[in-house]
Ligand binder design. Sequence first.
Ligand code: ADP
Ligand code: MG
Length: 323
Amino acid sequence: LQLANQIAAGEVIERPASVIKELVENSLDAAATEIEVTIEGSGSQLIQVRDNGFGIHPDDLGLALSRHATSKISSSDQLSQIASLGFRGEALPSISSVSNLSLVSRQHDSECGWLIHHEEDSAAPVAHPPGTTVAVRDLFFNLPARRRFLRSARTEQQQILTTLQRLALSRFDVRFQCDLNGQQKLNLPIAETQAQQLVRVGKICGQAFVKQALVIDQQFDFIDIKGWLGHTETHRPQADQQYFFINGRVIRDRLISQVIRQAYAELIPPGRHPVYVLYMTIPLDRVDVNVHPTKHEVRFRETRLIHGLIHRAVSDELHQQIN
Ligand code: ADP
Ligand code: MG
């Protein structure tokens, strides 16, 4: 079982940033409105995510750490209608098989929090505000090969921040904070109005982007595409400044990036690169996110149609506003 968890961890938990993604997604699935991340070292010493979400019942804490136990779907019919970010029940057991993990949770109607370290432990009462804290220490301590593959501390820290920023752009209704080695790296209050949202976008994509950004807001039959379009000021490619979300989920899909790049072609000064933050909504049953364990890629029921609409939305908007 431990081996099975470690193999699953190999697929989903490549590096400290993968842990961040999984833990923050769990907080979002728990309807948290505040998420605080604490990192020590490059994340291999400590990654801690604390939220004010609905928490886990003490009887279910062990279950949360056991394989394929998800509270988010209960039948295979629901696989075609996935609204939650997680649904495989693999992240916590995988992370816990390659680190020292502790889980503390308190439901809102409970007097105190409950702590466990391992699936088979019984939970112990501890003081904790309503919500959940997951602390992951000594990541990959038992996988020296994986540890060796990690890049410099700087690179891993950058990956962690990038991952968090992607998630922060996916949910303006949640406050995000991140401390790295005692220094505050990210402080993003809830952004309700469009102006507040642009402040958050500016903190992540830079002021230059916010100044030139074109608003995009296009509706088609059953999908809509909103957000901001711009381009780099210099010739330096900035692939990491391209954000695409489907139904609130961070998507990194090569084909979608290509479609958008083509829509931009010839509409921006030569040598510049697209920078964008785009939100697409589409009925859940027309998109499949269960393509890869990290859920970064998607498959559409009507691929060419949807790609065509994304292309049209972007190029129409650029044409209109440039001419
Ligand atoms: P999944 O997200 O695919 O369901 P995970 O391994 O990530 O699987 O988490 C296992 C379960 O633990 C979740 O289904 C959820 O019930 C519970 N859980 C994990 N993190 C949190 C959290 N921050 N708040 C509330 N429940 C959580
Ligand atoms: Mg999860």
